[in-house]
Ligand binder design. Sequence first.
Ligand code: DAT
Ligand code: MG
Length: 136
Amino acid sequence: MSERTLILVKPDGVRRGVVGEVISRIERKGLKLVALELQNLARETAEAHYAEHADKPFFGELVEFITGGPLVALVAEGPNAIKAFRQLAGATNPVEAVPGSIRGDFALEIGENIVHGSDSPESAEREIKIFFPELG
Ligand code: DAT
Ligand code: MG
């Protein structure tokens, strides 16, 4: 069954110039782009997006990082889109992400791991509304 997922190329990915590379991998996998936009996040938007981590010690740093420059937000669609992109992204900690995955190929530190992908249908629905209210 087709589903949608919210993907971010985070500010480190934009800075590093790997937006095209990430989008290319999404397209090669067979996922379809349904929305795509360069955005500068307001603090409140970042806090809403990462609300599940509000109590974590790294929350402040995470919000600083994600608001620290432009990011590319996109919605991709296809069968198993959520799992499929999490697989392309690789493990959260880039040193545990396998080579061949986005984080495994392009990142070294957990705080700068290039991409975000929704982790469940509920998260995807919530996150798509935050970044693309018109798709809600
Ligand atoms: P994911 O992005 O793989 O869904 P997550 O939801 O657990 O991972 O965490 C969200 C982001 O927060 C993650 O991409 C990077 C950052 N993060 C997670 N754990 C961290 C930690 N222990 N120290 C610093 N940043 C962390
Ligand atoms: Mg997550």
